[in-house]
Design a protein around this ligand. Structure first.
Ligand SMILES: CC(C)(COP(=O)(O)OP(=O)(O)OC[C@H]1O[C@@H](n2cnc3c(N)ncnc32)[C@H](O)[C@@H]1OP(=O)(O)O)[C@@H](O)C(=O)NCCC(=O)NCCS
Length: 157
């Protein structure tokens, strides 16, 4: 049996940098993992919460023991219609999938969003991410009929 803990990252440690190096390739082949400066910007940003899941095996009884096996980022911000929030970059290590780590991370993020007064929490997922979609529906997310737009700056040069 192993124990799962969810923490909010407040400082950038080599462990955190290594965890993102391991996890981000599961999210995007084209985005390099954040380095320590980018992670510092994230953990220091007001309204941004970087949650990490740790799985401790029997015998790891120190607080904070256990390897980081998953993460997500919650961003909360005020706009004219209220405090809103997004969850993004949800990822769990291959070896730790299917044990509820993703669900516990998402539920922790929802609790945090409620604490900071968010009226709604949004996220997007590609239809091919079936495990992710089932997980979000389990957590109470409901599909919205809305068109997602994205603008990308033209290549420089
Ligand atoms: C989506 C993801 C975060 C889910 O993490 P997780 O900790 O496995 O989540 P949970 O255990 O709470 O939910 C697991 C779901 O994965 C499936 N699953 C079970 N065992 C699995 C395994 N060994 N490997 C992969 N998926 C498995 C299950 O079908 C389960 O869904 P179900 O209970 O509805 O059938 C994880 O699969 C992941 O990191 N995927 C790659 C990145 C990604 O797609 N991120 C989401 C971007 S929107």
């Amino acid at each position: 049996v192993s124990a799962l803990t969810i923490d909010e990252a407040h400082e950038v440690t080599p462990e955190l940098v290594a965890a993102f190096e391991r996890l981000v390739p599961h999210l995007s082949k084209s985005s390099p993992p954040p380095g320590k400066d980018e992670l510092a910007e994230m953990v220091d940003a007001p309204g941004t919460f970087v949650l990490v899941a740790r799985l401790a095996s029997d015998g790891d009884d120190e607080p904070g023991a256990g390897e980081i096996v998953g993460t997500l980022t919650l961003v909360c911000f005020r706009i004219p219609t209220g405090v809103r929030a997004w969850i993004d970059d949800v990822v769990v290590d291959d070896a730790a999938r299917g044990r509820g780590v993703g669900e516990v991370l998402v539920r922790a993020a929802l609790d945090r969003a409620v604490e900071v007064g968010a009226r709604t929490v949004d996220l997007t997922s590609r239809p091919s991410r079936e495990a992710a979609i089932r997980l979000y529906e389990r957590c109470g997310f409901v599909r919205r009929d809305s068109t997602l737009f994205r603008w990308t700056p033209p290549e420089a040069g």
